[in-house]
Write a new protein. Structure first.
Length: 195
């Protein structure tokens, strides 16, 4: 056993004597002694959205975008999408699969001034509801204002800075559990003649 006098600052533990950051091994069990007021309830993980829009307001938001060429609704509020994150742990590949509930209708849209003539995703409030592979021991929901945002927030929340949390949601998300890239939502994308 070892005892350290630590301060928690900016999401990290620091040794109060050496001023150096301390990291704990994943799964480490330890005891924290602090005043009652030092223990606070956490905010939801990710970025909670301010307001979710009903179908009418969401379509109006999409339509008011300048230079809008075309748009189409591809999923409804309440629909579920899925994504997975692969991790290597002690020479074993683990696939963590997650279920995301859309809190608004999800649209593809195309702007006439874009150089690449294909649909892109319009932002959509959503929540990662479950780890359907049951590979995360202490799972909690992740909130966000877009599919890219919930993917990144999920990656950072559960796996820290060990890897690249960026993704292209068009290629990463799919609409049935256990699917892969060939079943991604990008298959619903339209391409257009160059303007």
């Amino acid at each position: 056993m070892e005892s350290k006098n630590l301060v928690f600052k900016n999401g990290h533990f620091y040794d109060r004597e050496t001023k150096s950051r301390i990291e704990l091994k994943d799964g480490a069990v330890f005891c924290i002694v602090a005043t009652t007021s030092d223990f606070i309830s956490p905010l939801p993980a990710g970025t909670p959205f301010v307001e979710e829009l009903d179908s009418k307001k969401k379509e109006a938001q999409v339509k008011k975008d300048s230079d809008l060429g075309k748009y189409k609704k591809v999923y409804n509020k309440g629909d579920f999408l899925y994504f997975s994150i692969q991790r290597q742990v002690d020479e074993k590949k683990i696939i963590h699969e997650f279920e995301v509930e859309l809190q608004e209708d999800l649209y593809f849209h195309f702007k006439t001034k874009w150089k690449v003539p294909e649909d892109k995703l319009f932002d959509c409030a959503c929540i990662v509801r479950r780890n359907i592979s049951n590979t995360i021991e202490f799972f909690e929901e992740i909130h966000g204002g877009s599919l890219n945002e919930v993917y990144k927030s999920t990656f950072v929340h559960f796996f820290g800075n060990e890897g690249n949390p960026a993704c292209n949601a068009m290629d990463r998300f799919y609409d049935a559990p256990g699917s892969d890239e060939k079943d991604s939502i990008s298959r619903k994308r339209d391409t257009y003649a160059v303007m």
